[in-house]
Design a protein around this ligand. Structure first.
Ligand code: AMP
Length: 318
């Protein structure tokens, strides 16, 4: 069993639509989605979601939702004065989605102020720690030093650090600010799982080669670059290769494609699968997730796909 900690924000998701234009409630957030899919695919890992919540009823539901997904909640901390963020997804008559957020004052943003020795000791014993550019973006500038200090304690303790930049311009004060924080994250991370668009938007990179050249000076052991339906590029200290993705025809909602990819990839790697099989499984999982609305798809469909794919791997190997 591997101990995996994922640090980020989970919000109440409100989704309007369908018959009667009813408001559906669920919980989502990039790192939370990753945690859910990791645990669903590889139940044997101990997966903890680290975040800030409040004392309110939504926070209780959020924690219960984590537990229902099999996530450990011992690294959730309660803010006395803050509550979870909320976002509303609306879909217009052409199927175009728009998002409205209420997250500026969320409890997750308080997490570095809520960090205690219990969290430090627990996470230092983990095998893997995952965070994203969104986890970074929501931290108050005065809390960043605490985060980087925490991360260096994890590195010293031998915890593998994994990062997805997941760049969201509106969450950052400036591009320079994001670039500076990302450079610290790239320097600290052994595994980096970016989408190619992050680099195009933030660094103006035109090609995959630009991205690979940019990442070269960092000591990244596993660089896995997601390029939508086109391919996934993998680079380690020893080799590099591109793997094809089977494009999905019936794309319903691409929310959480990268998150589900990350969760399944990291879970598979921690379970001992090689990079190629881990990417294959992760791409299959992401391909399924985008055929359903919302960030978190029905568990039955997801688990069935993972089980079938893992069986197929076993047959290939025998
Ligand atoms: P992205 O964040 O758009 O690069 O997508 C993350 C992952 O989701 C990709 O690496 C693919 O594995 C998968 N994916 C995204 N879009 C598609 C698509 N249209 N068809 C199949 N897989 C997709």
């Amino acid at each position: 069993m591997q101990k995996i900690v994922l640090f980020g924000e989970c919000m109440l998701e409100l989704r309007q639509g369908g018959e009667g234009n009813i408001m559906h409630r669920s919980f989502a957030g990039d790192v939370f989605n990753t945690a859910v899919y990791l645990k669903r695919a590889f139940f044997e890992h101990q997966v903890s979601f680290m975040s800030g919540v409040g004392h309110d009823v939504i926070s209780q539901e959020l924690a219960a939702n984590c537990q229902a997904e099999g996530l450990q909640t011992s690294l959730l901390r309660r803010s006395a004065s803050h509550n979870p963020g909320i976002y509303l997804v609306q879909t217009d008559e052409h199927g175009e989605r728009s998002f409205l957020y209420w997250r500026e004052n969320s409890a997750a943003r308080q997490m570095m102020k809520l960090l205690d020795d219990d969290i430090r000791n627990t996470v230092c014993k983990a095998d893997l720690f995952f965070f994203s550019g969104i986890s970074l973006a929501i931290l108050a500038p005065e809390d960043r030093a605490t985060f980087w200090q925490f991360l260096s304690e994890l590195q010293e303790a031998g915890v593998t650090i994994a990062f997805d930049p997941n760049y969201r311009a509106r969450l950052w004060q400036s591009e320079d600010d994001a670039r500076h924080q990302f450079s610290l994250a790239f320097a600290a991370s052994a595994i980096v799982l970016p989408g190619i668009e992050d680099f195009a938007t933030l660094y103006g990179h035109q090609t995959l080669e630009d991205v690979v050249a940019f990442c070269a000076p960092f000591n990244i052991k596993e660089l896995i670059i997601k390029n939508g339906p086109s391919s996934v590029f993998c680079k380690t200290e020893y080799c590099h290769f591109s793997l094809p993705v089977e494009p999905v025809k019936n794309v319903v909602d691409t929310t959480s494609a990268g998150d589900s990819f990350n969760g399944v990839y990291l879970g598979a790697r921690q379970a001992g699968y090689d990079i190629k099989l881990a990417v294959e499984l992760a791409a299959k999982a992401a391909g399924l997730v985008i055929q359903f609305p919302g960030a978190i798809v029905p568990n039955e469909n997801f688990s069935e796909l993972i089980r079938a794919q893992l069986l197929a791997f076993e047959h290939q190997a025998s």
